[in-house]
Design a protein around this ligand. Structure first.
Ligand SMILES: [Zn+2]
Length: 393
């Protein structure tokens, strides 16, 4: 049994508790949360820290297998430039890929992440993941614009899924890459798969204006890139991001819409009413890195959407620390409270990934993990750029 206390405990499911004490058993299960006016004289051996204690973080969007691309991709080139740079960097030495994944996972653990929605195109991350206690939702990603290669793409992704399912039988599923990168026959193939499984569905959504332009009339930066790369384009689609996913992802799905930088509130409301559960996953550092633009999170929050946070990959982020993303949001959206952003980084992500029964809040019976945030500004009640996160449990 261990007891942790700090200037404030933020359970997330209830208001912050000044000098609160969290009692945790040997399995990491929260057994009691004490308010200081009660029982404190009976509590021996409490570990007191300067700062605040929060639940373990949930990173709803990452591509761990791209960790070797840290500092390799030019910034602010737009989505087409980014996709082109990623493609050019495909042939990296497998040892470098492997050690980058190992290092990134260690960084995630140290910075207090307890669950990750991770996009997988290969099995590169699999053996590293089983060595950590992090909850993983493995999204085995499929894309392919050429209708004639749809079955081949689908067969390949099934092979990757098979390997992940051996180790993560309940938390591995096929997911579409984006609204613009799958042919209609490929959408049909995965639609059948999605109807038969219960995992969430993650899709890169409205990450760029180019996405809307490309789906509308096959033009713009993405169209130009596809032409340059000699990749087949279906020029007859004349569609939109919203229509593509409501036509192809089953309505009873729990959907993670990743980015939504250029999505309107009305568009998102329509999607929210269409799907069983909808979460907007914002990856602010990545959006600034690639498109130099952010979604209007204040408006999204006022509209009542479930918003969660992802780091995205190290190809478009400088670190996998969730505190870094929290600080970016607080910096760019001064009207959003720390409480609200903390909820995005914990409970909302746990709900989106289906882990909220065990993590996301400090509540009796849960195993949320505990993080200490030091360097906290108690006047403004928010972290500062000097704040650090330390995993306590
Ligand atoms: Zn991504």
């Amino acid at each position: 049994m261990r007891r942790f206390s700090a200037n404030y405990v933020f359970p997330v499911s209830s208001p912050p508790i000044r000098n609160g004490i969290v009692e945790v058993d040997d399995n990491g299960i929260v057994v009691n949360i004490y308010k200081p006016e009660k029982n404190t004289s009976e509590l021996h051996s409490t570990e007191f820290y300067n700062g605040i204690i929060v639940p373990g973080f949930v990173n709803c969007h990452c591509h761990l297998e791209l960790s070797h691309l840290r500092n390799k991709i030019p910034q602010k080139t737009g989505i087409a430039g980014f996709v082109e740079s990623i493609t050019k960097n495909r042939n990296t030495n497998p040892n470098d890929i492997d050690s980058a994944i190992k290092h990134s996972l260690e960084e995630m653990v140290e910075t207090g992440t307890v669950a990750v929605g991770d996009i997988c195109n290969t099995t590169d991350t699999l053996l590293h993941k089983i060595q950590h206690k992090i909850h993983f939702q493995n999204f085995i990603e499929v894309f392919g614009s050429n209708p004639q290669q749809a079955q081949e793409c689908y067969n390949n992704v099934q092979k990757v899924l098979g390997k992940f399912s051996e180790k993560f039988p309940n938390n591995s599923s096929i997911t579409p890459h984006s609204t613009y990168s799958l042919s209609n026959p490929l959408w049909k193939l995965i639609g059948t798969h999605l109807e038969q499984q219960h995992n969430p569905v993650s899709v890169h959504y409205a990450e760029s204006k180019a996405e809307y332009e490309f789906l509308e009339n096959s033009s713009g930066p993405l169209g130009e890139w596809y032409n340059k790369a000699g990749i087949y384009i279906d020029t007859n689609r004349k569609t939109s991001p919203q229509k593509i996913i409501t036509d192809n992802i089953p309505a009873n799905s729990n959907v993670l819409l990743v980015h939504c930088t250029y999505a309107t509130v009305n568009e998102l409301k329509r999607l929210q009413s269409f799907f069983n559960q909808t979460t907007i996953v914002t990856c602010p550092e990545s959006n600034l890195y690639i498109e130099n633009s952010l979604p209007d999170l204040s408006e999204f929050l006022q509209s009542g959407f479930n918003i969660a946070i992802g780091t995205d990959s190290l190809a478009s982020a400088t670190s996998l620390s969730m505190l870094n993303q929290i600080n970016i949001i607080l910096n760019y959206f001064p009207d959003i409270s720390f409480d609200a952003v903390l909820k995005m980084a914990t409970l909302n992500g746990a709900v989106a990934l289906g882990f909220s029964e065990s993590i996301g809040t400090i509540e009796v019976g849960k195993t949320p993990g505990l993080n200490l945030i030091s360097g906290f500004d108690f006047d403004k009640f928010r972290p500062t750029v000097h704040s650090k996160v330390k995993k306590l449990l």
